[in-house]
Design a protein around this ligand. Sequence first.
Ligand SMILES: [Zn+2]
Length: 209
Amino acid sequence: MDTRLSHVMDKQQQSDMTPDAALRDLMVGNARFVSRKMIQRDYVKQAESSADGQYPKAVILACIDSRVPVELIFDQGIGDVFAVRVAGHVVDSCALGSLEYACRVARSPLLLVLGHTDCGAVKSAIDRLALGHITGLLRDIEPAIADTKGYARNAKNAAYVAAVVENHVHQTIDRIRDKSPILAEMEQNAEIAIRGGVHHLRSGRVVPI
Ligand SMILES: [Zn+2]
């Protein structure tokens, strides 16, 4: 008998899920990932079941880093989460529009901003990399660098990079609230929660911050 999971999130499950429950669900999924106890899924059946609509529990804004595949590290299947991925999880108007769509139109109760250790975008910003469109993208990380006091500006210092990453997650959340009245109002009304976390590349663990 095929015991693989073929069920997908439905409308009722989504509307019953509080923002806190969605975060707990992701963290439990991350614990399954870290302990190699991931749910076995029938992805083809999940694709079929979700073809007529999607009711994701969360939208995750993460880096493009190839070592941060959000569905894998949170052990999520098809239809479970929206993933917005931009280098250094920088929010431009397209990213903001994607987050607003996920929360306001598609009714996901959780917005998670996920930084990660050893982020190449953060390290490049620290190193003042100037190249093509990368220059403008990295400019958005500069305020987090300016806010990280007590260190020399050195991308080879892992503790410093980790501190900048944390500050950048917090600042990204502030920026989302600041630039999106829609999301700020949804958060005030407790329709969504906006939370942050850091994914640790070596262990696979996500730590809420
Ligand atoms: Zn990164």
